[in-house]
Design a protein around this ligand. Sequence first.
Ligand SMILES: [Zn+2]
Length: 130
Amino acid sequence: MNWIRKFMIGRYGTDQLSIALLAVSMIFSILFRIFYSSLLNILSIVLLITIFYRMFSKNIGKRYQENNKFLKYWYPIKNKLNKKMQKMKNRKDYRYYECSGCKQQFRVPKGKGKIIVTCPKCKKTMVKNT
Ligand SMILES: [Zn+2]
């Protein structure tokens, strides 16, 4: 195992972009098994080569920049997904509404009947069924 450690000194290693590329590569690989499209297989292999190239790259600055560019797009998507997951988890206890004035989203506890809610952002009041 020591030679691996020595080999990896000064090399970039893995990052979030590598993991994302690996996930996409695996999806292509699965799709290839379903559709037998050699294009999918080639794409999957190209992605794997890219991952290894980035892992063993000694141009750490450039790889770091690539990862940052990826994260700039990925984090907003991840946040949206997290919010959706949170809503799914809470859908038994809360009802989600959008303010008719400013589109701000908010939640109210379920099972309280008709209630008057005040938008937390623009203070508009609405009558909602819970
Ligand atoms: Zn509002």
